[in-house]
Structures are given as C-alpha cells and as structure tokens.
Design a protein around this ligand. Structure first.
Ligand SMILES: *[C@@H]1O[C@H](CO)[C@@H](O)[C@H](O)[C@H]1NC(C)=O
Ligand SMILES: *[C@@H]1O[C@H](CO)[C@@H](O)[C@H](O)[C@H]1NC(C)=O
Ligand SMILES: *[C@@H]1O[C@H](CO)[C@@H](O)[C@H](O)[C@H]1NC(C)=O
Ligand SMILES: *[C@@H]1O[C@H](CO)[C@@H](O)[C@H](O)[C@H]1NC(C)=O
Ligand SMILES: *[C@@H]1O[C@H](CO)[C@@H](O)[C@H](O)[C@H]1NC(C)=O
Ligand SMILES: *[C@@H]1O[C@H](CO)[C@@H](O)[C@H](O)[C@H]1NC(C)=O
Length: 259
C-alpha cells in the first residue's frame, strides 16, 4: 500500500491506548481521528508524530513522547526534558528529525542555555551527521593564544567553543569558566577552522536526531499493516489487513482484502 495515500480511512484508525491487549480486531477500535497535520511550515506531522493539541492524555495518535504543538508562526514544536525545539524537517524515509533550539533562533550571537538531554529516556539518538560543540562561557583565566568567541565576550570574561573532546589539554575549563553547555550542530554546517565565528550560523540550521528505533512502524506499513501504539503496554502495534493485530508486523500473514 502506498502510504502517500494518506486519505485512506484506515490510516486514521491508528491509535490505541484504548486497546487493552494486543489482541482483538481492527474493527473493534473506536477510532480517534488522527489526520496528517501541517502547522504551516510544510512539515507533515503523522505517525509516529502527532499533534498534541486537543488530545486527551490517554489517547495518543502516535508515540507518546512525539506529540508536537504548533507555534503561532506555524512551526511544530517538540518539547524535550531539557528544552523546546522547532521541528524543521521530519524524514519518514530516513527516520530523522531536524531540530532547532527555540532559544537561540532570534539571537544574533546564539548563547546555548541548555544541554540537549536525550539520555535513553526517549527513543531519539544522535545522527552520525551531527557534531557536538562544547561551549565554555565567561572564563576568567584561559590559555592566551586561543581564539575566543568575540560576540560572547565582555571585559576579561571570554567564552570559547570546541568540538567536544578536543578542548585544549592541560587546562581545567570547568574550573575556570562559569558554565559549560554542549550544543549539537550538523557537521556539514561547521568549519573547523572558524568554529568561533561560524557556530552561530550552524546552530540556527539545527541538528538531526534519529528516531529509527520506532521504525517498527515502517516495517508494519511495508507489510500492508497500519501502525498504532498501545500506551498501556508501551509497545507498538500493527493492525493487519486481515483484521488481526500483531506486535511486530504482518509479515507472513495471509491477507484478506478488507475494503
Ligand atoms: C481545538 O480544536 C478546536 C476545534 O477544532 C479548534 O478551534 C481549537 O483551535 C483547537 N485548539 C488548539 C489548541 O489547537
Ligand atoms: C528533510 O530531510 C531529508 C532527509 O535528511 C532530506 O532528504 C530532505 O531534503 C529534507 N528536507 C528539507 C526541506 O530540509
Ligand atoms: C535523563 O535526563 C532527565 C532530565 O534531565 C533526568 O531527569 C533523568 O534522571 C536522566 N536519566 C538518566 C538515566 O540519566
Ligand atoms: C558573563 O557574565 C556576565 C555578568 O554576570 C553576564 O551578563 C553575561 O551574560 C555572561 N556571558 C555569558 C556568555 O554567559
Ligand atoms: C552540560 O553538560 C556538561 C557535561 O557534558 C556539564 O558539565 C554541564 O554542567 C552541563 N551544563 C548545563 C547548563 O547543564
Ligand atoms: C568565520 O565565519 C563568520 C560567519 O560565517 C564570517 O563572518 C567570518 O568572516 C569567518 N572568519 C574567518 C576567519 O573565516
């Protein structure tokens, strides 16, 4: 089934917290309506992402942590434990998500405030296209030859940026600076030779997270199933064409034509 055919009515039967067990038939679902949604910036919000607004806390049109709100300016927003991020792109083919820290977007010289926290509590992982930058703000005594961030420096308090792990040896940055923040950018947006001049532009382009660990949904769809999520049991479901419900996908099942 070609899932660009989003208008297919079965697609909207996705959800499923109401679903007490992973058995039963698709026909028994009361079907919360989960349309594909566009906040305005062209990013299609569909399973496993869903629009958080107007949804009760027990019924999810997608993965529980992947509920998105819309900003007034028409950008989807993902709230992570650490901070909120604009969603600039969702790739349903490559299972990636492009995020930009909301805090920094309107700053001419972005000053990251929060470490991105994706520490295993969410099904999100760094992409191999990313690079982590370590910022040290308001440092007092520092090695004098280093290039500092001019736009974040006042009086004797200088700020520095490094690729994480490539800080100058033999200097205790944590002890000599007011704060350390790690921010993620796309490697291709960074010029290593001009980190301290170019980091701002790179941060505004955002970074990529991989949500492929919930890609079971793709497998389910590839086998002509429709994807759902059982919130009570914290597991993905696949609603197969023959009306059965499977925990992984409909592979090897005998398909009945059902519509
Ligand atoms: C909730 O839905 C109503 C009716 O569709 C709509 O008018 C309202 O703007 C929605 N609320 C939010 C927060 O999107
Ligand atoms: C979204 O991400 C995909 C995969 O990385 C990429 O192919 C596509 O060009 C991106 N779209 C936009 C609008 O950035
Ligand atoms: C992950 O980060 C959150 C938010 O900072 C924190 O509450 C939680 O304890 C962390 N979990 C682990 C396993 O580090
Ligand atoms: C450095 O400290 C000063 C004074 O506390 C503060 O106003 C400024 O925002 C700090 N700079 C950075 C980059 O954190
Ligand atoms: C960010 O994480 C680093 C460890 O990588 C830690 O030393 C630092 O205190 C954290 N900064 C903030 C603002 O939480
Ligand atoms: C570093 O990058 C900034 C922003 O792109 C640019 O204005 C500046 O000229 C660059 N500096 C060098 C030395 O290339």
């Amino acid at each position: 089934m070609n899932f660009t055919a989003m208008a297919h009515p079965l697609f909207f039967l996705l959800v499923l917290s109401i679903f007490p067990t992973a058995s039963g038939t698709a026909a028994s679902l009361s079907s919360p309506y989960c349309p594909t949604y566009d906040c305005g910036n062209g990013v299609q919000i569909k399973y496993p992402f869903w629009r958080l607004d107007n949804t009760t806390s027990t019924q999810f049109c997608g993965y529980p942590d992947f509920g998105l709100t819309c900003s007034d300016s028409g950008e989807p927003i993902l709230s992570l434990p650490s901070d909120s991020y604009y969603v600039k792109n969702i790739s349903y083919e490559e299972y990636t998500l492009t995020l930009v820290d909301i805090d920094i977007l309107d700053q001419p010289c972005p000053r990251a405030r929060h470490n991105l926290t994706i520490n295993g509590t969410l099904p999100l992982y760094y992409s191999s296209l990313d690079l982590n930058l370590a910022f040290y703000f308001n440092c007092t005594s520092t090695p004098s030859v280093l290039q500092y961030i001019q736009c974040l420096t006042s009086y004797a308090m200088k700020s520095y940026v490094f690729i994480v792990g490539e800080e100058t040896d033999d200097f205790d940055w944590l002890a000599n600076c007011e704060e350390k923040v790690v921010a993620t950018v796309m490697e291709e947006e960074i010029s290593i030779a001009n980190l301290s001049g170019g980091f701002g532009g790179a941060m505004k382009k955002g970074f990529i997270l991989d949500w492929g660990s919930v890609r079971d949904c793709g497998e389910c769809e590839a086998h002509d199933g429709l994807c759902g999520y059982n919130n009570a049991q914290g597991e993905g479901l696949c609603f197969c064409k023959d009306g059965s419900v499977s925990r992984d996908n409909c592979k090897g099942m005998f398909f009945f034509t059902f519509y």
